[in-house]
Design a protein around this ligand. Structure first.
Ligand SMILES: [Zn+2]
Length: 112
């Protein structure tokens, strides 16, 4: 998933990240640490390229224990519950703001 511009400052500088990434891929023997697929493998006419995932979703936490080499499928599956939660939080914040603007008071506090 692309990094949003407003979150870019949370990630290490590119040169440092490339070094971290290389170390994690080396540790994983260039295989997905969840399903075992090899980096740069073609599967179902798609090229599998490993990426490095932050398990706790905190890009500031570059402790090797928090990083895993994952294929696209495993990375998306790992991130899905966090993204779902983030979408729900965003929805309630927007709904709360909308109701506040519409009625002049916070009418959906009971939803949060
Ligand atoms: Zn995988």
């Amino acid at each position: 998933m692309p990094i949003k511009p407003e979150n870019k400052h949370r990630y290490p500088k590119r040169k440092h990240w490339l070094q971290i990434r290389a170390e994690i891929l080396e540790r994983a023997n260039h295989c997905c640490e969840f399903c075992g697929v090899k980096d740069r493998t073609v599967r179902n006419h798609a090229l599998i390229v490993l990426s490095v995932a932050h398990l706790d979703q905190q890009p500031e936490n570059n402790d090797p224990q928090n990083l895993k080499a994952l294929c696209q499928k495993c990375h998306i599956n790992h991130d899905r519950p966090f993204q779902k939660l983030h979408r729900r939080i965003t929805f309630f914040i927007r709904a709360r703001s909308f109701n506040h603007d519409l009625f002049g008071f916070e009418s959906c506090n009971h939803l949060i």
